[in-house]
Each structure stands twice: as structure tokens, then as C-alpha cells.
Design a protein around this ligand. Structure first.
Ligand code: SF4
Length: 346
């Protein structure tokens, strides 16, 4: 038999529409599907996650944490599209943090400004300079490249909360994807950080705090989050520890694509013994932000910067001079360990 039906039957077709050629293989299901069907199933999967987990209620004001990177750009697009298509009745906003990193954040903020116009979502930018009096460029000039991500991560977390309360939103949606969450599960196990392990897989966190956060991309593979976006790496690159965990997860994914979802499932299924002491949440005596210590992490780090003692509260207390010991005791803070890029810190 030449050409015609015989030829067509040998050509692999999209496993959904059975008409077009497949353009990609889905890591979750290994299905080969065409681009058109991919967009439909991708958006409907996010819709299902939103509905099944009751992420939003009609009438709510929602801020989308927008960094200008691929995850948050796709999140802004999908959220505005689903809000319109399925009548969620949400008031959506974009919320960005300007850390003051020349050549990185100033460029990516341009992308966020484009998103503001493209999707018609009002944008609010909060900056480290306005909130804390320091840019990351100035902090790095003072402390070097060793603990910069600890400062940045702590400041970003609080900056997002402060921006969200300025916008008077009910929730903050972030673009953390399945790969990010699997990585965080692994890191929290490696660090023995039980308090974080128990909450890092939750799709909604901080419900007892001022602004709950949710992750509509919790089950979405990074590979599938693709759109016409601008992306670059921070010039003060994140520390190597998360980088190793990320590589390890990518290796596992190559051998067995389901590994990412399985790690999340393992994190979800961990049971924390009732005898495990969890930190009690209170408020910072200085700025009123949630804190399990006398001062919140941002106030401790700022105090160090403003007093020219940038290592205050970072690293181990053993071997530090008696003056800093006294400072640490007075502030009543446990020392912060340097972590990876705070944009991934839940
Ligand atoms: Fe901040 Fe991330 Fe850059 Fe570190 S890598 S300085 S946490 S943006």
C-alpha cells in the first residue's frame, strides 16, 4: 500500500485530538500531544486545582506575586484567563518586589510592567529601599556575596506581605511549581527542618497570619510552564545547596518523570509526631510582623546592617565575641542559617 491511509496510520498523532502531530510529551502522563491540546489541558488542570482546593472565593482581591520570571508571568496570564473564562469573580493585582539589584530586577520589572498592560492587571511595586532603607546592591557592598540571599529572602517575604496589605488583598498567589516544592521538601528533610517540612507542601499557607498564600502551580511541572517571557538569573546567584537539590531532582525526573510528584506526595504524607515542639508564632516587638522570637528576622538583620554588624543573627553563636553574644541574647533570636534564593523560600 502506497501513501494514503496506510501512510497516515503510521504517523503518530496527538493522543487527545488524534488529528495533529504531537509537539511534546507530557512528563506527568507521558502522553504525546499537540500544542493546541496542550494549552487546553494545561489551563484546565490549573482550573481543577483551583476549584478542588477552594483556593479562591468570589469577590476576593488576589495579588499575584510577579517577579517577571517565567512562573509568575504564566501565572498572571492563566489566572486572568481563568478568572474571565470561569467567572471566578476575583479582583486581580500584580505585586512585585524591587530588591534593588542593578542589571537584574530593573530589567525584569520591565516584563512585569508589560504584563500589567497585556493582562490589564494593576501593578504595585514595593522596594527594599523604601521599606528598609537598603537596596540589595548596598547590602552586598557591605556584606559581600556570602549571606546575601539570607537577607534578600527574609526581606522579600516581609515585603510581599507588606505590599499585599497595602493592596488590601485577601490572598497572595505565587508561581511556585511542582519542581520548586519537591526541592523544598528535599531541602527541609536534609536540614531536619520539621516545622517547614510540615507546611511546605500545603497549597495554602499562612491562613492564621495576615495574608494567606496559595500556589496554583503546586502540581505543575516546570517544563510545562512555557510562554513568551523574559527570564534571567540574579547576578548575586543563589547558594549552591539548593542548586544541588535542583540538579538531583532534574536527574531523578530524567530517569522517572513521576519522581517530582512522588516527592511532593512523600512530603504531604509525613506525619509530625505530636511530641515535636513547633515554634509558637507571636509578633515582633519592634515592627509588629509575625515572629516566633522577640524580634522578627528582618528587624534582626536590619539592626545588624544599621549598626555595621551585618553578621548579627547569621551563622553559629559559638566563637562569636561577647558583645555579639549579648546582642543576640538581647534580641532573643535564633541564628539564621544562610539559605538559597529567597524567591523560593516559603
Ligand atoms: Fe536575592 Fe535570589 Fe538574588 Fe539571592 S539569588 S540575592 S535571594 S534574588
Amino acid at each position: 500500500m502506497k501513501g494514503g491511509d496506510g501512510e497516515r496510520s503510521r504517523v503518530r498523532l496527538c493522543s487527545i485530538c488524534k488529528q495533529r502531530r504531537p509537539a511534546l510529551k507530557r512528563p506527568k502522563t507521558l502522553e504525546q500531544i499537540c500544542r493546541e491540546c496542550f494549552y487546553v489541558v494545561f489551563e484546565e488542570e490549573i482550573h481543577r486545582v483551583i476549584v478542588d482546593n477552594n483556593l479562591f472565593k468570589p469577590g476576593e482581591r488576589i495579588a499575584i506575586g510577579a517577579s517577571g520570571g517565567k512562573d509568575s508571568t504564566v501565572l498572571a496570564y492563566v489566572m486572568s484567563e481563568l478568572n474571565r473564562r470561569h467567572n471566578y469573580g476575583l479582583d486581580l493585582f500584580l505585586l512585585s518586589v524591587d530588591e534593588g539589584i542593578t542589571g537584574y530586577r530593573d530589567d525584569s520589572l520591565e516584563t512585569v510592567k508589560r504584563n500589567e498592560l497585556q493582562y490589564g492587571l494593576p501593578l504595585k511595586v514595593v522596594s527594599y529601599k523604601d521599606l528598609y532603607g537598603w537596596t540589595m546592591d548596598e547590602i552586598v557592598k557591605m556584606i559581600g556575596l556570602k549571606n546575601n540571599c539570607t537577607f534578600c529572602g527574609v526581606f522579600r517575604r516581609q515585603a510581599l506581605d507588606r505590599g499585599a496589605s497595602l493592596l488590601k488583598v485577601d490572598k497572595l498567589a505565587t508561581g511556585h511549581n511542582a519542581d520548586d516544592i519537591a526541592e523544598t521538601v528535599l531541602l527541609n528533610i536534609l536540614r531536619g527542618d520539621i516545622a517547614r517540612l510540615s507546611r511546605c507542601t500545603s497549597i495554602i499557607t499562612g491562613e492564621d497570619g495576615p495574608i494567606p498564600r496559595c500556589k496554583p502551580f503546586k502540581y505543575t511541572y516546570e517544563k510545562e510552564i512555557k510562554l513568551d517571557y523574559f527570564s534571567t538569573e540574579c547576578i548575586y546567584s543563589p547558594n549552591a545547596y539548593r542548586g544541588f537539590a535542583r540538579e538531583f531532582i532534574k536527574d531523578l525526573e530524567r530517569i522517572r518523570p513521576r519522581a517530582i510528584l512522588d516527592i511532593i506526595k512523600s512530603g504531604e504524607d509525613f506525619r509530625i509526631a505530636t511530641s515535636t515542639k513547633m515554634p509558637e508564632q507571636g509578633t515582633c516587638q519592634r515592627c509588629g510582623y509575625i515572629s516566633s522570637q522577640k524580634w522578627c528576622k528582618a528587624c534582626v538583620l536590619l539592626e545588624g546592617l544599621n549598626r555595621g554588624l551585618p553578621k548579627l543573627g547569621i551563622g553559629r553563636t559559638r566563637g562569636i565575641n561577647s558583645e555579639r553574644q549579648k546582642d543576640v541574647q538581647q534580641i532573643g533570636v535564633k541564628n539564621l542559617q544562610s539559605k538559597a534564593c529567597g524567591s523560593l523560600d516559603f
